[in-house]
Design a protein around this ligand. Sequence first.
Ligand code: AMP
Ligand code: MG
Length: 492
Amino acid sequence: MPLSIAFDNSYARLPPRFYERVRPEAAPSPGLLVLNTTLADELGLDAEALASPEGVAVLSGTSVPAGADPMALAYAGHQFGHFVPALGDGRAVLLGEVTARNGRRLDLQLKGSGRTVFSRRGDGKAAVGPVLREYLVSEAMAAFGIPTTRSLAAVATGETVLRERPLPGAVLTRVASSHVRVGTFQYFAHRSDEDGVRRLADYVIDRLYPEIAGADAPYAALFASIVQRQARLVALWLSVGFVHGVMNTDNMAISGETIDYGPCAFLDAYDPSMVLSSIDRQGRYAYSRQPQIAQWNLARLGECLLPLLSEDRDQAVKIVVERLSGFAGDFEAAYFGRFLEKLGIADERPGDRELVTGLLAVMQMGRADFTLAFRRLADIIAPEADTEAFLSLFGANAGVEPWLAAWRARLAAGNRSPAEAASAMRATNPAIIPRNHQVEKALDAIVEGSDGSAYVRLLQAVTHPFDDRPEDVDLGRPPRAEERVAATFCGT
Ligand code: AMP
Ligand code: MG
């Protein structure tokens, strides 16, 4: 079957100042690295056609399919706290929008397909390593049930890109509910383009928040809904030990999806002060600072929306401050909701939150592996269960036994049987996460040795993270001291 994609491009119906039309660059020798056949099917796309030479030409930017309207989106952003008035898609091109089988409108974007008007000094390209890293981590996040952009395909271009050293080039096909970011609002607000801000807000309501279209004060409702989704998203990140790494305002999607997987990673040992990005020298984007940073970014969004909220500036500021102050409550509700699920508790009672904070405190003290500590709890609900595998995760003197006794007593007093609690916990606490040392090892094997087998195996495991698969126990283990990867590096 020839490749056919039913595009309908709503962003192209916005005024021309929202984007720049651009043709992706042809790849000299495109070759498919990985294709997400499940996602292709959800999008109503024929996987075989995508994998054919014609499909790979499209996925590499070499040919532009009928109905596409390729463009680079304009946006601004605060990067590590400093405002940059014009960023934009410097190495990404929105091909257009498709409607998934479930009715959702989704962007198809090529990342790494060459220069655009927003490229500044960059080459518009991406290297195989970061492309395959984003593919794997975003698909793992989706498998955890965390809102995220998705990855449809990764294609090698056959071209060499120059970073610290020459590296093989690649293009990622990213799928998103929309690529509108906090920084997109900032782009227009900074230019005092109130009409642009309003059109963007209307677009976002129509596409991402249709439930508030008829509200009395739609822009205030929009801001409140964005705050709520963002609070929930960050709570979900923390629940799997995820550190985004570059929570700049241009990397925060208005949809509430995780976007822009650069130097991100997951905690091994529980350490809330963990910073994973080599370029984050101040620890601005540490694991435990993510809620605070999300709220800071949302304050920047609120500033952009002021003219839409009220003609009276003080009144508008009041609305933003009031909605923003809801962040902490939304975050805590989502955070404790998810962490209590991780403990097998479905009906919150007074005192339960202390069980969460109590466990995290002993985990931190004992440098316990975050993922395994939660995963192994499901095996030791019964008082007679063998706790060796769990206790061995904690250093000496961590004092986890009193906590364990309190937690068991709480579960026994609850309305779930131990078997019910255990199976709910095994569906919430992943056995396998994309551990940094495994990801790096798998990527190295491809870049240095042209051997994709470790990557394929890791991808399979992290996209089925709740399965206990004896053949994959090594992938579930924390790194030994000599395997630990101290920092991750930006994808650029
Ligand atoms: P990021 O760090 O991926 O969030 O990107 C920040 C900004 O830099 C965005 O405007 C990107 O489009 C731009 N950028 C990143 N890498 C490149 C590149 N290789 N070529 C051109 N622009 C880039
Ligand atoms: Mg970005």
